[in-house]
Design a protein around this ligand. Sequence first.
Ligand SMILES: [Mn+2]
Length: 408
Amino acid sequence: MTSDILQASYESEFPTETKSLETLSEISLLHGNNGNSYSSVRTIIEKLRQTLENHRGERQIILTQDFPDPDALSSAWAYQLIAQQYDIESDIVYAGTLSHQENIALVRLTGVPAKRWTIQTFKEQDLSQYQGCVLVDGQGTNSQLFPLIKQAHLPVVVVIDHHSKQGDLQSEFIDIRTHVGSTATLLTQYIQSGLLQFNTSNNIHIKCATALMHGVRSDTNQLKQAQEIDFLAAAYLSRFYDAQLLNSVLCSARSRRVMDVIERALSKRMIKNNFTIAGVGYLRYEDRDAIPQAADFLVTEENIHTAVVYGIVHDEDDERELVIGSLRTNKLTLDPDEFIKEAFGQDSHGRFFGGGRYMAGGFEIPLGFLGGFNEKADYAKLKWEVLDLQIKQKLLRLVNPDDDILHR
Ligand SMILES: [Mn+2]
């Protein structure tokens, strides 16, 4: 595959885009670099090229969040193809499941080579074959596997992300740009800058471009919240992507269970100061993507600018229970990252329970001692009621500071 792509790159009908690189660096300078010290896109590309060169011939793990979305999946794939140019082989790995129907359709229709490794699978791997780890569309905080990677002393070599900085991170190459709508935008910029020559006669390139287009669109609310740099990326991808294939991915229908969660969110929602908050109770692990979908839906109601939906998810593989929540907002002055960090604070290790990016955020609160299945329905109901009230209390403190729901 490597030689195929290398050859394709020399035959590409599109010459290297040196001119547009100037434009791109201007845009980057215009908005500033929020997470790294590089002064221009040219510097970023050069640094990445160097990093890849330094690791020529190695094997890497590309780690995405436990529940990878189109942005993460397409970015991981694009990185994998870029790295192959430097004889770096890699495995795209996630620990959770693909639960959103669009993600399942994306993987099935484009063939993103992502692998599911549970904690158990991870422990069975021969890690000595890997020399480095790559984080895309995240900084390790939303992956169960990341602590194990650190334990194994596998160095983080590359971080590419558009979420706010989630704490200290050591890596040879870091490109974190929070003003960018999607990580797929950054990967597209690398490709456009010449790190990989997309070729319309290469089927894998067409599929990867389609996946990237989906990544850019889905993280920018179908380009409605896209920045100039995201539009430029989409414009570039439009030369290579397969519009029909993307349409098939987008046409995937919602499952019955997702519809049920949306119904629950609708009936349970509580509206306060243009916020809508809904606790949906217990949820199967594989249905957890119903939560962001319910939040996407609730935020469309008139006079609502922000929706928060959460529920308890039971993970049978690891016998743990956690509260999972999603925030969606149209309010430009509300920073989801700040809001979630402020609402829920940190755990005993100083780790935040969640964070966010432009217009969206999420949180995960492990139930620890309170976790675990109980046969008595009364007990389960009581546990949910306590957690529901606790979460509402923390959210309402920010939404409406005068309202104390515990003392009503
Ligand atoms: Mn993203």
